[in-house]
Design a binder for this molecule. Structure first.
Ligand code: FES
Length: 157
């Protein structure tokens, strides 16, 4: 039985006309699978390889190169929270904010809370330095955070 749903397969196939060849769809396909399944399992890698006519090791190489995708041993939580630690944020309390988030959520960077609600990550510059320190929650950037406002934000997730 396939781990990729037919609708997910169709979304991947729908990308083909936008790229010069199937190999070039590797990264967008990984994103589609990762977003929907919150992980990319070994079986998903095999099936992506079949769709793209690539050896699974080629898909795996791309996946692991970026250190962004989670595997089945470390699936993503419902929300992914990135705390910026680059210079502008670091100068305005980003490191302390990350330490606070780790303590509050009882996880280290790259880990997911026991209830599967939040995966905490550190990020390099999020491109919103004017609002340092900032945190990206899924696709939304939150600026000028304090430990207190981080706590309020995390309660909404
Ligand atoms: S340094 Fe944090 S957003 Fe740029």
């Amino acid at each position: 039985m396939s781990v990729l749903s037919e609708s997910l397969r169709e979304k991947i196939r729908a990308l083909f006309p936008n790229y010069p060849n199937k190999r070039a769809v590797t990264l967008p396909a990984l994103h589609l699978v990762h977003d929907e399944m919150r992980q990319v399992s070994i079986e998903a890698i095999r099936e992506i390889g079949q769709l793209l006519e690539l050896h699974p090791s080629e898909v795996h190489d791309t996946m692991t190169f970026y250190n962004f995708f989670k595997d089945e041993k470390h699936p993503l939580g419902k929300h992914r929270v990135w705390v910026c630690r680059s210079i502008a944020c670091a100068l305005r309390g980003g490191e302390e904010l990350l330490a606070h988030a780790c303590e509050k959520l009882h996880v280290g960077p790259g880990e997911t809370t026991k209830d599967g609600r939040i995966t905490l990550e550190f990020a390099e510059c999020l491109g919103a330095c004017e609002g340092a320190p900032c945190v990206l929650v899924d696709d939304n950037c939150h600026m000028n955070l304090t430990p207190e406002s981080f706590d309020e934000l995390s309660k909404t997730l």
